[in-house]
Write a protein of this length. Structure first.
Length: 683
């Protein structure tokens, strides 16, 4: 077995990994079996240089500052030939903030355990200047000088697991993970009456624990897995305090409270005969949130709920069954049904004093949300002469939700969606295969409730149908084609076209349908690969994506559109027995546009079009010095630019900024060059 490691980068929102080419194993055919069972270890050590500070290139890998970095990777394996026991130690990015380390010790088919440690950073890509002092802690004050600050979070994750087989059919597996997260992230506090926003970064000091324990049984026809999955969230910061601005009336502000969940589940499958198999799953989950409230509800407008905590409790029951069969040699049938009942048992209490001003649609109580979901799908496929296969499918999805007398948004209790799919696939020749499918979906439901104001008892103002509640008719067409016109060349084509028509809110008191009106999604893609010979290969690809959505509100008709083009080329080559080279180039251009057409005499100023571009060039060369060692050189050029109006229009003390003078901005363009050199040794 031959294993090589590489430094893996997550460099930007559109992630492109630094490619690693595995070393070859030169062995005669008679030695292949020995090579497969003989451990092959490797160590890589070197350095890398980043030529400029950046926000997106190093957001998650730690290469966010100008300077030198230590690169260290390793994969060390040993095997006891007498017992078949393996030990393996793997390390990646050990010199960076995104380091990973894992130890495995196992005997195949008998037992195994592991220990692992990971660090996952996230450096805020936006620039922040602020006079706020105490960032990262629960108590913020206002200083006299505005200075730049760096916001970041880091997760330190420790995991341990154990696996044991008992006899030949029973097994047990246990996994535990503890993840500690520290740092701070963007947040702002506002107030009623147009008091503006204050910059109040959220401090983070939390721990997540996960426990997964399963018992499994396996024989020739029947497989069964029963288990427990538990989660626990603990936040050491309970509240955020600040002392300036109108928003300080709402200080302290509660931070995410502690919570936990417990799930018991059983899943399995049974093969009735060689052509028929059934599956099932049953699960019960209980999630609770009973962390003590931070104060006694003495703030403005607050009510005494008579509770020391939320008492949050949600019980979820899941039932699922499926069957797959081939009753005839040319006919295949699959069917699945799923039922989920989420019962929110959180007590209802009065947390905010009821409004006394006419026109309010809120009441000041919490609103537990329960729902029931019934889903089913039946699909059949039949093989016809001349390489044709036809597929038909029927899908049903029903959701039932609870409701309350006073609502701030439109609501309906029930939605139903039925989908019909027809598809055909064919191997046109030995070099061409393709498929075409069409799906029609129709979603409707119960009547929308009228939003009723508390004082007086009249129709409320917010009658826009939410996107996931509105009646919708969807047409979806998908085309795929694989073509190999000549042996060295392969092409893949893909088209996905979705058209949505919404009917909005059907309430007779509404003069025009409100809410979503139309939606379109289109994806076109082509991929190509060409092999010049055994030593040189090339690839190329192109993607086009378009998403458009139209919405109507009482004052305007809005259209949101995102359009993106992306393409890339790459090659791999071996010009010499000791040299491997490669290159990848990619470019993406994404435009977001929001147009607003006024439905009244008052004109509306449209938002500016936002353009985001990413250019990436990766080059690498691998040079073998001898049978066991060599050098690898990597070069990366990364250019990111955007004119996102959310951040590009901020002016200190003016439009879009925080009241105390804090400013959040996005540096654009960002250009980064990275060079890395590593020595590798295989043994």
């Amino acid at each position: 077995m031959n294993t090589n490691t590489s430094l893996r980068f997550q460099l930007a929102p559109i992630a492109v990994a630094v490619m690693a080419v595995a070393g070859s194993v030169h062995a005669a055919e008679g030695d292949q079996l020995e090579a497969m069972i003989t451990p092959d270890s490797s160590v890589e050590v070197g350095g890398g240089y980043v030529d400029s500070d950046n926000g997106y290139f190093g957001e998650y890998n730690g290469l966010n500052e100008k300077g030198w970095y230590f690169l260290l990777d390793g994969d060390v394996k040993t095997r006891d030939d007498l017992t078949g026991t393996w030990m393996r130690l793997r390390g990646r990015n050990l010199g960076l903030d995104s380091r990973e380390l894992r130890w495995d010790h196992n005997r195949q088919g008998n037992w195994g355990y592991y220990l692992e440690y990971n660090e996952i950073p996230r450096f805020e890509p936006l620039d922040v200047t602020t006079p706020v002092v105490g960032i990262g802690g629960p108590n913020l004050t206002l200083g006299s000088v505005t200075v730049p600050v760096d916001l970041e979070t880091k997760r330190k994750r420790f995991g341990v697991g154990f696996d044991k087989m008992f006899a030949s059919k029973w097994g047990f597996k246990l996994d535990f993970r503890n993840e500690k997260k520290d740092g701070e992230r963007l947040f702002g506090a506002g107030s009623f009456g147009g008091g503006g926003l204050n910059f109040t970064p959220e401090p983070i000091d939390s721990t997540i624990r996960l426990l997964d324990a399963i018992v499994r049984y396996t024989d020739k026809k029947f497989q069964l897995v029963g288990g427990y999955y538990g989660t626990q969230y603990r936040n050491d910061f309970k509240a955020l305090n600040w002392t300036w601005g109108q928003s300080a009336a709402f200080s302290p502000l509660a931070l995410p409270p502690d919570n936990q969940s417990h799930q018991l589940y059983v899943t399995g499958g049974y093969s009735f005969n060689p052509t028929t198999r059934g599956t099932f799953k049953v699960a019960y989950t209980k999630a609770t949130q009973d962390d003590t409230f931070i104060n006694s509800f003495s703030g403005p407008g607050l009510s005494l709920p008579g509770r020391a905590d939320l008492g949050g409790e949600i019980e979820t029951t899941l039932l699922q069954a499926g069957i797959s069969a081939r009753p005839m040699p040319k006919l295949s049938i699959t069917g699945n049904v799923r039922y989920e009942d989420r019962d929110d048992k959180t007590p209802i209490a009065q947390y905010i004093l009821p409004p006394t001003t006419a026109g309010n649609t809120w009441y000041g109580q919490n609103k537990p949300l329960s729902f029931k979901n019934t889903y089913g799908k039946l699909e059949a496929s039949y093989a016809l002469p001349k390489g044709f296969r036809v597929i038909g499918a029927l899908q049903y999805d029903q959701k039932n939700r609870n409701t309350y007398p006073y609502r701030s948004v439109s609501h309906r209790d029930k939605t139903e969606e039925i989908s019909y799919t027809a598809a055909v696939r064919r191997s046109i020749s030995e070099t061409v295969t393709g498929g075409l499918s069409y799906t029609y979906s129709d979603r409707n439901g119960s009547d929308f409730y009228q939003n009723i104001t508390l004082t007086p008892n009249a129709i409320g103002s917010n009658l826009v149908a939410p996107l996931n509640y509105a009646d919708r008719k969807r047409d979806k067409v998908r085309l795929s084609l694989n073509w190999m016109p000549v042996e060295p060349l392969s092409l893949q084509f893909y088209v996905d076209d979705i058209t949505d028509k919404y009917e909005g809110n059907r309430d007779p008191s509404v003069p025009v349908p409100l809410g979503p009106r139309n939606g379109d999604q289109r994806v076109y893609a082509i991929d190509a690969a060409y092999s010049f010979n055994q030593k040189w290969q090339a690839t190329a690809w192109y993607n086009y994506n378009e998403y458009k959505w139209q919405n109507t509100i009482p004052l305007a008709a809005d259209t949101s559109k995102e359009e993106g083009d992306a393409f890339g080329v790459g090659f791999r080559g071996k010009p010499h027995s000791r040299v491997e080279v490669g290159a990848d180039y990619s470019y993406s251009d994404i435009q977001d546009e929001w147009t607003q057409q006024s439905l009244t005499a008052t004109p509306i100023t449209p938002l500016p079009i936002m353009t985001t571009r990413l250019t990436r060039l990766n080059l690498f060369g691998k040079f073998t010095l001898d049978k066991h060692s060599g050098l690898r050189v990597d070069y990366i050029y990364d250019r990111y630019s955007t004119d996102d109006p959310t951040w590009s229009t901020w002016v200190p003390g003016g439009t879009g900024s925080f009241l105390e003078g804090s400013v959040v901005s996005i540096p654009s363009p960002q250009k980064v060059n990275f060079v890395g050199v590593r020595y590798f040794y295989n043994f």
